[in-house]
Design a protein around this ligand. Structure first.
Ligand SMILES: Cc1ncc(COP(=O)(O)O)c(C=O)c1O
Length: 410
């Protein structure tokens, strides 16, 4: 029997900690940004795949099909049309770059903008995938306060002034204006205007991440910052992960050419998956409206189920704002609870959630917070999972005292 070869001596230096092997999904899966399995439009995708392969299949013979490195022309045209109809601005398809998800688009932007030691302003609670990767590049994160309207323009102005006084010009401001992750706030138009004005006054680019914007229940959504006058310094990022499928890996960025040209120079993946782009373009052109309407209905029902279950199991111990869309609930528990310490015993009982500190620029400000994604689990699983979570939380931290009208531990 030959011995296993030891590769470690040949590895590069400064690698991250090795990944753990995937052990399958937990029974009560509230983590990450998964979608609703019953919301995947399977028949529509089958029809689109057949149609588009017959019509355009031969273009799979070349890298980037017949469309060049920015991505499938038909998909970029769909995106340009959708942004015109629903986000308030009409980019040309030459301003759009399709990427394998919006996270890769963000990572290209970090590569374009960041050197170690640079400063980035992000919302105090924000997308963990962005915060972690910005930190990894050796950049310093400064957290701007949020309120029920999203990023606070007055606090942003204070931070920018303080940075200026210290001789620092932040490289960019990262914001999620429409259904903020994790707080689910929607920034009103007036606030967007203020953020635009203050960022422009200090000459700092804005990355607006609108990957949840399609999932607002209310049809009267505020247009994106990129749609507003004086937004030449705004880079707009979006994704198909949240309103179609995260597994398909399709996202996009809309940016002025000097930024796109740098991103393209760094994008070395041989092109974003062509079949995924073609099928999604063909499907979405015909079905965006009915698909998104049906998905939103499903998600809203799940949100209501989660809220009902929390009321029943946690009572007043779980504080949260009711999300106006999207897939997350951001919950504050009593001070006694440390959600990072709650995660392991909860997982041992099959309940997975995201502890607050991972979603915070300053982890210490979110030790009693947690984020639940309600899109993936069924309504039955949501109910059982919340009951299980309450049970574990009571056992570990004595919270909630009562639930389902039963004094716990009695
Ligand atoms: C705010 C935000 N941006 C970007 C992403 C990345 O998504 P994807 O790479 O699947 O498009 C996520 C995923 O959860 C997110 O919440």
């Amino acid at each position: 029997m030959s011995e296993a070869f030891d590769f470690h001596g040949a590895f590069a230096q400064n690698l991250p900690a090795p990944a753990a092997k995937w052990g399958g999904f937990p029974k009560y899966n509230f983590v990450g940004g998964h979608n609703d399995p019953d919301g995947i439009p399977i028949d529509g995708l089958i029809e689109a795949a057949e149609r588009v392969l017959r019509r355009r299949g031969q273009t799979l013979a070349t890298y980037n099909m017949d469309s060049g490195p920015q991505g499938d022309r038909e998909l970029r045209q769909f995106l340009a049309d959708k942004m015109k109809k629903y986000r308030g601005f009409a980019p040309s398809i030459d301003e759009v770059l399709v990427t394998p998800g919006s996270n890769p688009a963000l990572m290209l932007l970090y590569d374009v903008f960041l050197n170690p030691g640079d400063t980035v302003i992000a919302e105090e609670f924000s997308y963990a995938g962005a915060l972690g990767r910005i930190r990894k590049r050796g950049a310093k994160l400064v957290g701007a306060k949020l309120d029920d309207k999203g990023l606070r323009a007055d606090h942003l102005a204070e931070l920018l002034e303080a940075q200026k006084k210290a001789g620092v010009k932040p490289k960019f401001i990262y914001t999620i204006p429409t259904i903020q992750n994790p707080t689910s706030t929607v920034m009103p138009v007036e606030r967007r205007r203020e953020i635009l004005d203050v960022s422009r006054a200090y000459g700092v680019p804005v990355i607006e991440d609108e990957c949840y914007a399609d999932l607002l229940w209310d049809e009267t959504w505020p247009k994106s910052m990129r749609a507003m006058e004086g937004s030449e310094h705004v880079i707009h990022v979006g994704s198909f992960s949240k309103y179609l499928s995260p597994a398909l890996r399709l996202g996009y960025v809309v940016a002025p050419w000097p930024v796109l040209a740098q991103m393209l120079a760094l994008k070395s993946d041989g092109g974003t998956n062509a079949l995924a782009q073609m099928v999604v373009a063909d499907f979405m052109k015909a079905h965006y409206d009915d698909h998104v309407a049906a998905l939103k209905k499903r998600l809203k029902r799940k949100r209501d189920t989660l809220i009902e279950a929390l009321h029943e199991q946690f009572g007043a111990a779980a504080e949260f704002d009711v999300p106006p869309g999207g897939i997350y609930l951001w919950i504050k528990l009593p001070e006694a609870v440390d959600t990072q310490k709650l995660a392991a015993p909860a997982l041992a009982e099959g309940v997975a959630f995201n502890p607050g500190p991972e979603w915070a620029v300053d982890g210490a400000t979110a030790t009693r917070h947690l984020r639940l994604c309600y899109a993936y689990p069924s309504e039955q699983v949501i109910r059982e999972g919340v009951a299980k979570l309450a049970e574990v939380c009571h056992r570990e931290f004595g919270v909630p005292l009562r639930s389902a009208n039963v004094a716990r531990g009695a």
